[in-house]
Design a protein around this ligand. Sequence first.
Ligand SMILES: [Zn+2]
Length: 417
Amino acid sequence: MISDAIDLSLIDTLFSRLAAPYAEQIGITRDAYGEGEQRAHELFIETASALGLAVEQDAAGNHFAIYPGEDRDQPAWVVGSHLDSVPQGGNFDGAAGVVAGLIAVAALRERGITPPRDIIVAAFRAEESTWFPASYLGSRSALGKLAAEELALTRADTGRTLAEHLRDCGGDPDAVATGDNWLGQRALHGMLELHIEQGPTLETEKRSVGIVTGIAGSFRYREARCFGEWGHSGAVAKPYRHDALMAFAELAMALEQAWDTLEQDGRRATVTVGQIATPPAQHAFSKIPGEVGFCLDVRSEDPAVLVDLEATLQTTIERLERERGVRFDLGPRTASTPAPMSAALTQRAATLATQLKISHRLMPSGAGHDAATFANAGVPTQMLFVRNQHGSHNPFEAMRIEDFVEGIRVLAALIQE
Ligand SMILES: [Zn+2]
């Protein structure tokens, strides 16, 4: 049984060493292309080398540990995640997927199992967009998908460019700019990423493992506004009011209703207004709001759902402008494409989890991950979620080692094929 070869003490050592530098601080801060992330990469190199694996560093400073398969010419598996964290985040978001890759390979090695193809355990850089204003910088570089101009992006806290930070970490920005990178030269069989779940579903349903069906795409408006007409709260009768806040409220409820209807049809999405405000310099207790600013974040793993919700947004705005005499300005729009997981891999992972008697469920990922880079590049990709008790991007994120081991068992079974 491969399960018996899973090295619990190595798991404990790795997570303890990853957390150790932050013992006196709130949460974990592994800054992308900075000291925190670099330390984690050095631990990765040390651990992989101790396991007898060859380690490659690419031009973007990503690291890859290679466990040779039976046929070195076969397209390889990539198994991994990222080693950066958000500021004052937790120890598991990202790092769990890298540790899982190392532990799974260590278990195969312990059992003397040579897989049919090479297994490449990957530790990616800079997945979180809190440091540089872009996601998946490391994994996109690894696949030659980073736009050269992104090297000029500056890190939020240091103000220095990605190129400068990359050089500090032994990378080569000029080579990254050409798109020519180590992993891109290899034929890939598939990509697997284990990650803590970042919501409460598995914990609530008492299941250890989530088998991800797709990673949500999104459309977002961060600076939307609705303009009406300021007025005296008592003096303007209903037919003459152009209340920006009430118009916005009706828009928000229309989107929530459209979302409810989608859910009833088994189509999943999330609709979030994370911020809303009337202008503090103008608003007052006894004034009809003449302006309201708001954000809108809509996500779904299904591109058709995003199209439908955006159509609802537009038609509702047109109706409200007509009926209420207000005007909406949605401001700049950003969007990302949903990344479907490989249906064959999803099915295979579910079958293996059932055979291994691991409590699991199929579920979408509302958050973005390095796996999306691979899926969108046409590499068959599968994510596995592990139950986590306190969400993520906070110091309290948690993961029981017994759940982590269940995730690794599925991972180890997949990479033997
Ligand atoms: Zn992550």
